[in-house]
Design a binder for this molecule. Structure first.
Ligand code: PBG
Length: 332
């Protein structure tokens, strides 16, 4: 036999020499769920190990992550019911604790990259990412709200905006509004190929942001999020976002859409981000808690696989745990 692939697997040193993919903590983004108050640390029942945090707790958490080599954070707000309305106006109110928190976090940790969430759902009494009218989610009317929200977030100190709403034309609308307001350096990580997925459940529990049941309120997000059956459509979204000025293109969910990640990586020059969503993380946690999988082995393999598939950036609820293992030298 002239070729013996097993020679390169013979021992750890040779395996290291021939290793193709290396995943470091700075590739990861840690999601943080912010809630009002002080001293609040509420575990999300459907996503064990992830918490809703008040600002003081979030500051401590982010400080720990930074020490472990995580540099980027994506922040989401849990908005109290009495602040919600049809048009998500609290999203750009000076009273919004989410905006205030971003300013304080950025002041404390200027080296951290803070990514926002641009969408109406946490702020909407209908639980949709856009304005609902007569049973429809309105596209162009929603863009105006997204622009106000985006500029308010840039003013608050976010480094990158994360439009997760899937309205048509939102990247351009945000880019123009940011530039006009003097925020040419604020970036956009677009949720380019965001699918109407069943794997967002724990996230909606965390934020109390699921579509509300009611007459004239669409029961799901299928008129704006993509059909899970489609791959080529992701390229249309990718072309539009690139032309409209996005700085990162995201695929979401991640594990069930690795083919889309690979396709996007092949077609576009922009960095590709993958959102390893709440339901995908919850599945792994459940199997580990049952003793069916080993967390310290299955979790790093999952994240490495996403990187291998083409994700330059991975947003995952496991970021901190991965960084802890990395720091202790437990990833061989
Ligand atoms: C909504 C938004 C969702 C997630 C991020 N932003 C849920 C949805 O579209 O209903 C899901 C993230 C996760 O499940 O971890 N704008």
């Amino acid at each position: 036999m002239l070729r013996r692939p097993r020679r390169n697997r013979r021992n750890q040193a040779i395996r290291h020499l021939s290793q193709e993919t290396h995943l470091q903590p700075h590739h990861l983004v840690q999601p943080v769920f912010l809630t009002e108050g002080n001293g609040v640390r509420e575990e999300i029942p459907s996503l064990p190990g992830t918490y809703r945090l008040s600002l003081d707790e979030a500051l401590a958490e982010i400080g720990q992550c930074l020490q472990m080599g995580i540099e980027s954070f994506i922040l989401f707000p849990k908005i109290p019911a009495h602040r919600k309305d049809k048009r998500g106006t609290f999203s750009y109110s000076p009273d919004n604790f989410y905006l205030q928190a971003a300013t304080i976090i950025k002041g404390e940790y200027p080296q951290a990259c803070l990514i926002s969430d641009v969408a109406l759902d946490p702020y909407s009494i209908d639980g949709h990412d856009g304005i609902v009218h007569s049973g429809k989610v309105l596209n162009d009317e929603t863009l105006h709200v997204l622009q106000k929200m985006g500029v308010a977030q840039a003013e608050a100190g976010f480094d990158i905006l994360g439009p997760s709403d899937m309205m048509d034309g939102r990247v351009e609308a945000l880019r123009v509004a940011l530039d006009e307001a003097g925020f040419a350096d604020t970036g956009i990580m677009s949720y380019t190929a965001k699918y109407a997925s069943a794997f967002y459940g724990p996230f909606r529990d965390a934020l109390d942001s699921a579509p509300v049941e009611g007459e004239d309120i669409p029961a799901d997000k299928k008129t704006y999020q993509m059909n899970p059956a489609n791959r080529r459509e992701a390229l249309i979204e990718g072309e539009l976002d690139t032309m409209e000025g996005a700085d990162f293109l995201m695929v979401k969910p991640a594990l069930h859409y690795m083919d889309v990640i690979a396709l996007m990586k092949q077609h576009f020059e922009l960095p590709i981000a993958a959102y390893h969503v709440s339901g995908e993380c919850a599945m792994l946690i459940a199997a580990c808690r049952n003793g069916w999988l080993d967390y310290e082995k299955a979790m790093p393999e999952t994240l490495l696989s996403l990187h291998r598939a083409g994700a330059d950036v991975i947003i995952t609820y496991f970021a901190k745990d991965y960084a802890a293992m990395y720091q202790k030298g437990r990833l061989s």
